[in-house]
Structure formats: C-alpha cells, structure tokens
Design a protein around this ligand. Structure first.
Ligand code: PLP
Length: 233
C-alpha cells in the first residue's frame, strides 16, 4: 500500500471509531480530502484508494488540477477565501462551496452558475471563535444570511462550515463545534432545511464527529505536511 492509501485507511478507521463512539450510524460522516498544495499525482493515488471528494483553497491552483484530472469522476469542493473576481471560475468548475460569508458573493455565484450544471451546493462559513482575522459570518448574522442565500437561484444552501481556532484541548474543540451545531439546529427550527455540518480537520475531526459533523475536511493526515511555495490564490 502507498503512504497515501494507508493514511486514508487510518483516517477512515479513526472516523469509524469516532462515529461509533458518538453513537452515530456508520456512514453518516463524509470525508473530504483537502488536496491544496498537493500535485495531481497525489490526488490520483487517493482516487485509486477510493477517494472521490476533494477540496481546494486557491482558485488558480485548483483550476490547473481540475483540468489535469478531467479523466477522473471527482467531486470538487472549494473551501478557501472567496474574492469577487474569482467567483465565475468557482461557479463553473466546482460542485460545492463551503466558504460563503457574504450575500454579494452568493449573488455572484448564483448569477454565474451555468444553467446546464446542477445547483451549486453551498455552506455558509461561520466565524465561531470570534477572531477578527478569520473570515466567516458572525453567528448572530447567520440566520439573516441563510434566509437570503436560500432564495437565490442555481444555488442550494446545504449547511454551515467553521474553522475554529486550533486547540489541543478536546473540550475546547468540542465547545466550538457544539456552537456551530447549535446554530445549525436553530436555523432548522426556523424553517431552513440544512443537512450539512462541515467541520473537523486533521487535528480535531474526532471532536467534530462527536458534535455532529456530517463532513470532515482532512488534508495533512492524508497527504502529509504541506509546503507552501508561494501565494497561489
Ligand atoms: C487546509 C484546510 C483544511 C485541512 O487542514 P488539515 O489540518 O491539513 O487537515 C480544512 N479546511 C480548510 C478550510 C482548510 O483550508
């Protein structure tokens, strides 16, 4: 087995253990392989080991890889910062976007989503740890944004995403994920039909699964450490 294949198996096993430990049904949590900074060959290797969903954070880098991997039936998710001048490329080449945090950006994605493609699947990024530097809508403004995004054509609002401040303390990790889950439940009580909680990365996905994640975004535990050459956004 290659390193990527065995890493993937270890991640799947840990996800299965966390899912069972939380008393949740097997298969309730989807794995998104975060392939940013890794070459198409690494993605091919993960695909051969059964992985179909991949996530990228930098538009130009992603477009190059999507083109290089056209021959594979992959599902592409955009999880990076969204700039107005990049929305068209995202609307045309991705199945999902997890990082919508402004109505203006959602409106552009709706307008630019090609009519022949299925609706773009959208999660709202929520700034759950309240840090000034992080992107994401404030929790108190999420309901308003969700109602507006849900009205847009060519988009389908699926749920919420967060990147909490890193912590080694599992209770702190769980506290942040619980806040996102509570917001998700509150929106559904208000009539939204959200089914996706995108939360949990390599270092905290077990805590995220314990708090109800339905999609975890895992990069380094699958592909190894990232080496950033330059800003590719
Ligand atoms: C890079 C990234 C990940 C993956 O992080 P790892 O720690 O490598 O698992 C997940 N989510 C987002 C939004 C990212 O940018």
């Amino acid at each position: 087995m290659t390193t990527i294949a065995s890493n993937l198996q270890a991640v799947r096993d840990a996800m299965t253990a966390a899912t069972a430990g939380a008393g949740r049904a097997a298969g309730e949590v989807a794995l998104l392989a975060v392939s940013k900074t890794f070459a198409p060959d690494a993605i091919r290797e993960a695909y051969r080991a059964g992985q179909v969903r991949f996530a990228e954070s930098y538009v130009q880098e992603a477009l190059d890889k999507i083109a290089a991997l056209r021959d594979l039936p992959l599902e592409w998710h955009f999880i990076g910062p969204l700039q107005s001048n990049k929305t068209r490329a995202i609307a045309e080449h991705f199945a999902w976007v997890h990082s919508v945090d402004r109505l203006k950006i959602a409106g552009r994605l709706a307008e630019q989503r090609p009519a022949h493609l299925p609706p773009l699947q959208v999660c709202l990024q929520v700034n759950i740890s309240g840090e000034d530097s992080k992107s994401g809508v404030a929790p108190g403004e999420a309901a308003h944004l969700a109602m507006a995004v849900a009205q847009l054509p060519h988009l389908r609002l699926r749920g919420l995403m967060a990147i909490p401040a890193p912590s080694d303390d599992v209770e702190v990790q769980r506290g942040a994920f619980a806040r996102l889950r509570e917001l998700f439940e509150q929106l559904n009580r208000q009539g939204m039909q959200l089914d996706t909680l995108s939360m949990g990365m390599s270092d905290d996905f077990s805590a995220a699964i314990a708090e109800g994640a339905t999609m975890v975004r895992i990069g380094s535990a699958i592909f190894g450490d990232r080496i950033y050459q330059k800003e590719t956004a």
